[in-house]
Design a protein around this ligand. Sequence first.
Ligand code: NAP
Length: 249
Amino acid sequence: MNTFAGKVALVTGGSSGIGRATAIKFGERAAKVVVAARREKEGKETVEMIKKAGGEAMFVQTDVRIASQVENMVQQTVKKYGHLDIAFNNAGVGGIMARLIRTTEDTFDEVVDTNFKGVWLSMKYEIPVMLEQGGGVIINNSSTAGVSTAERLSVYSGSKHAVVAISNAASTEYGRDNIRVVAICPGWIKTRMTEELRARKDADAFQSSIPLKRWGEPEEVAEMVIWLASDAASFVTGGAFIISGGMNV
Ligand SMILES: NC(=O)c1ccc[n+]([C@@H]2O[C@H](COP(=O)([O-])OP(=O)(O)OC[C@H]3O[C@@H](n4cnc5c(N)ncnc54)[C@H](OP(=O)(O)O)[C@@H]3O)[C@@H](O)[C@H]2O)c1
């Protein structure tokens, strides 16, 4: 379980869901973990969970939409742990699902600023540290909506397609610098983001339309991130890795 001994892993959106599950797995595998998110209480709870499991972690309160806060997140990481080997840029929002013409400008700005600008800003400040130290791994959380799409998902889907595109672009720019960059594309996962959908009357019918007949668990997505971040995936860069139980939106 010492896969990441000596490594430092940063997880944005580590205060719940997929980010929390992944941060815990990094901690269990001996990485020093930086948990970043806006909610302090929940972020610190993740840190406590990692420490309880015998790991080392700290919380840096961060809004990924704001450049100075993202810069601070990376600076605090390097100040405390000396380097940054793995970044899981996972912070994201679903926004309000609505038809394109009913989507408000506020929803557009929230979704695009968090999901796309947040990933761009994160890489903008993470990559210089990785260049300086001679390499690193970046995993950006897109969605099956980043490779396919559906009704009432136009803005979310657009933001997640952009995450796949910027990940691929970065993988071509920084491969020569020993920085691997990939996107992951989860399907329907049991987190806060999908709470409302799972509470709907037609939730059972929806679930049975998934080929594996169930929602995914955040821990299952975390396992994919762990593999992609590890040396077992040393020849993997670029691409969009689907984990969806067979339902690609
Ligand atoms: N659940 C699914 O079915 C599913 C499917 C495909 C992709 N995804 C993607 O998975 C990622 C994680 O979502 P989740 O499903 O685990 O839901 P979640 O539990 O709601 O987690 C979202 C995380 O993003 C953080 N976040 C949101 N806005 C932020 C901001 N401006 N700055 C910093 N952190 C921010 C939240 O923390 P704070 O609120 O504390 O800031 C939270 O930790 C998202 O990118 C989402 O699009 C989810």
